[in-house]
Every structure is written in structure tokens, then in C-alpha cells.
Design a binder for this molecule. Structure first.
Ligand SMILES: NC(=O)C1=CN([C@@H]2O[C@H](COP(=O)(O)OP(=O)(O)OC[C@H]3O[C@@H](n4cnc5c(N)ncnc54)[C@H](O)[C@@H]3O)[C@@H](O)[C@H]2O)C=CC1
Ligand SMILES: Nc1nc(O)c(N)c(N[C@@H]2O[C@H](COP(=O)(O)O)[C@@H](O)[C@H]2O)n1
Length: 219
């Protein structure tokens, strides 16, 4: 599985504010770039924290990107994936509409009635891991269903886990020219944090986009 993490932070490294409501950090050009990465991916993944905070749709905005996928014989939109250990995704979440396939990754501890409710709402539920979703296991299942390139949009808990599992191949990070602040505001990689063996990135390029900076790293 090729894993591409893309996110936007403020200049002080925050993904959003302490209220965990969506903050528009990217400008028009950066959101267009995000759409292009989505279009080149088989699936777009977020954590349930992002679903509960932002209620994202995770589809393509640009109709020419949809047409290009269709002309390549692909689904109009990439699949959507939620990492949701306890199946907390609301059944009326926007990602559960019928515009694209949606996988909800749950752990063995997810309540059965919640999993059934999500399936009834149109999701494909994938059980992987005890207590918490195991990304290595879940990605194996997604690969068996033809998902080879996944774009990860956040949030900080999920991104940390993917670094911790050494699953990240690429990171594109838009750093917007704003300060959000707050010790409880989410950052690019939250979780428990590393105290040794810090993942090291290889900087590939630096580019000015909108009123911010786009950093591209490989591993
Ligand atoms: N600026 C940006 O580019 C973006 C910002 N955000 C922001 O991030 C915040 C949400 O981030 P978080 O609260 O960190 O939530 P998150 O979106 O990372 O989801 C965390 C949840 O995912 C589930 N999960 C399942 N398996 C997991 C695993 N193996 N490791 C970690 N989590 C796992 C758990 O239930 C956990 O509570 C929101 O404020 C949202 O607005 C989210 C995406 C992009
Ligand atoms: N790349 C980026 N820049 C920002 O400034 C953001 N606030 C976000 N947030 C994430 O974008 C997604 C929204 O998806 P839809 O437009 O609803 O399809 C979602 O993942 C947000 O958390 N991203």
C-alpha cells in the first residue's frame, strides 16, 4: 500500500483550534492541489475524530478530475475510509452517502449493533485489530479489494499511528501563515508521541502556495 499523508497546519503546527472545529488553513490553490491528490488515489482516509469534528465528504470537487478518472475506467471518486475503532461514525455522516464506496475500519471490540447500523447506512465494515484498528491488517484487506494508493487527510491521532507503524511513504504539508495556538489543539502527529527513534523524513521540495508554504517529504 502506498500511503500519502496530506494535511494543513498553522505556522505553529496546529491542525485546528482547541475547539476541534474545522479551520480553513489552506487557500484556493492548496485545496485544488488536495483535490488532485485525491483524484490520483484509490481511497481517502480519515479518523473518526475528523468525521465527528468536520463531517467531511471526501469526494472530488473538480468535475474535470472526475471525468479523467472515468476515462481511465476508474470509479468517479476514490473510496472513503474511516478508522473508527468503536464504530462511532454517525449514520447520517456525509461520507456515508452513495456518491462513493465507504469503508469503516473497526476493531473487534466495536459494538455489533453499531456495525450493523453502519452497514445498513451503506458502509462496508472491515474488522481489523483488537481494541484499536490495526492499520497493517486493515490495509491488507483494502489491498485485496483493489486499494493500492491511499491518501490520509488526518487527523493527528491517525497520522501519528501511521508514522508509529512505519506505514507512511510521502507527506505533503501545507503550512499556512496563521497562528492557532492552544496546548490542547490537535497537531500533525499527536498520539503518545515519540521519545526515541524519531521518524526522519527526506525533504524533496519547498514551494510557495497561496500565502503559505508547501513541504513535500518522502521516507
Ligand atoms: N488541517 C487539516 O489538514 C486537517 C485537520 N483535521 C482536524 O483534526 C482534528 C481531528 O483529529 P483527531 O482528534 O486527532 O482525530 P482523528 O481524525 O485522528 O481520529 C482519531 C480517532 O480515530 C480512531 N482510530 C482508529 N484506529 C486508530 C489508530 N490505529 N490510531 C489512532 N486512531 C485510531 C480512534 O477512535 C481515534 O479516537 C479535527 O479538529 C479536524 O478538524 C483533520 C483532518 C485534516
Ligand atoms: N488540506 C486541508 N486544508 C485545510 O485548511 C483544512 N481545514 C483541511 N481539512 C480537511 O479537509 C477535508 C474536508 O473535506 P471535504 O471538503 O468535506 O471533502 C477534511 O478531511 C478536513 O478535515 N484540509
Amino acid at each position: 500500500m502506498h500511503v500519502h499523508v496530506n494535511a494543513a497546519t498553522s505556522a505553529d503546527g496546529k491542525l485546528s483550534s482547541r475547539r476541534r472545529e474545522q479551520v480553513r488553513i489552506s487557500g484556493v490553490d492548496d485545496f485544488a492541489r488536495v483535490d488532485e491528490i485525491r483524484a490520483a488515489s484509490d481511497a481517502v482516509l480519515v479518523g473518526v475524530g475528523t468525521v465527528l469534528a468536520d463531517d467531511p465528504h471526501l469526494t472530488l470537487d473538480d468535475s474535470s478530475l472526475v471525468s479523467a478518472r472515468e476515462s481511465r475506467g476508474e470509479e468517479p471518486h476514490p473510496a472513503r475510509v474511516v478508522a473508527d475503532s468503536r464504530a462511532r461514525t454517525p449514520t447520517d455522516a456525509r461520507i456515508l452517502d452513495d456518491v462513493a464506496t465507504t469503508y469503516v475500519l473497526v476493531s473487534e471490540d466495536a459494538p455489533e449493533d453499531r456495525c450493523t447500523a453502519l452497514e445498513d447506512a451503506g458502509a462496508v465494515v472491515v474488522v481489523a485489530g483488537e481494541g484499536r484498528v490495526s492499520f497493517p491488517e486493515a490495509f491488507g484487506v483494502l489491498e485485496s479489494r483493489g486499494v493500492e494508493r491511499v491518501m490520509v487527510e488526518g487527523g493527528g491521532e491517525v497520522i501519528f499511528s501511521l508514522f508509529d507503524d512505519a506505514l507512511v511513504d510521502e507527506l505533503t504539508l501545507y503550512v499556512g501563515s496563521m497562528i492557532i495556538g492552544g496546548r490542547d489543539a490537535p497537531t500533525l502527529a499527536d498520539g503518545d508521541g515519540f521519545v526515541e527513534d524519531f521518524p526522519r523524513l527526506s525533504l524533496q521540495s519547498v514551494e510557495r502556495v497561496d500565502d503559505g508554504v508547501l513541504l513535500w517529504y518522502r521516507f
